[in-house]
Design a protein around this ligand. Structure first.
Ligand SMILES: [Fe+2]
Length: 142
């Protein structure tokens, strides 16, 4: 079981260590706290709308040596409303943070597509934050 360390400034999670500074917001390491409950268990009520669905494609349509990875929040798509939406999606490869996608609910759907080098293998992790229901997680094999 990975240890979860949460940035109290932006809500980002680091796995198993505290970084010198938050890779998302730049806050110093004193802002991180261990919190084993930082991610909602994927069997909890609301899982249909919150557990990320990850689809790894064999090839990218735009770039050589690349594969598309489609990420959608919920098997039943999560709402995007003024009072209830997916605020951000963080992506990790082998437990190392790689990118954050932030969203406002007016125009956006709770989904993102990313491009990952084919030479990169291992575990892809998606953590997202719903403003009402907290952080949820899913993994896929690269
Ligand atoms: Fe929600």
């Amino acid at each position: 079981m990975d240890k979860l360390f949460v940035c109290n400034v932006c809500g980002h999670i680091e796995f198993n260590h505290i970084p010198e500074k938050c890779p998302v917001c730049g806050a110093s390491k004193v802002n991180f706290r261990e919190n084993p409950d930082a991610i909602i268990p994927s069997e909890k009520e609301g899982k249909e709308k919150h557990v990320p669905v990850i689809t790894v494609t064999a090839a990218c349509g735009m770039i050589d040596d690349c594969r598309d990875i489609h990420i959608k929040i919920g098997s039943t798509t999560h709402p995007m409303q003024q009072d209830h939406w997916i605020v951000w999606i963080d992506i990790y490869v082998n437990n190392n943070y790689t990118s954050r996608y932030t969203m406002l609910p007016d125009s956006m759907q709770p989904a993102v597509s990313i491009h990952v080098k084919k030479s990169v293998t291992g575990k892809l992790t998606v953590v997202h934050f719903c403003n009402k229901h907290g952080r949820w997680i899913a993994n896929a094999e690269l």
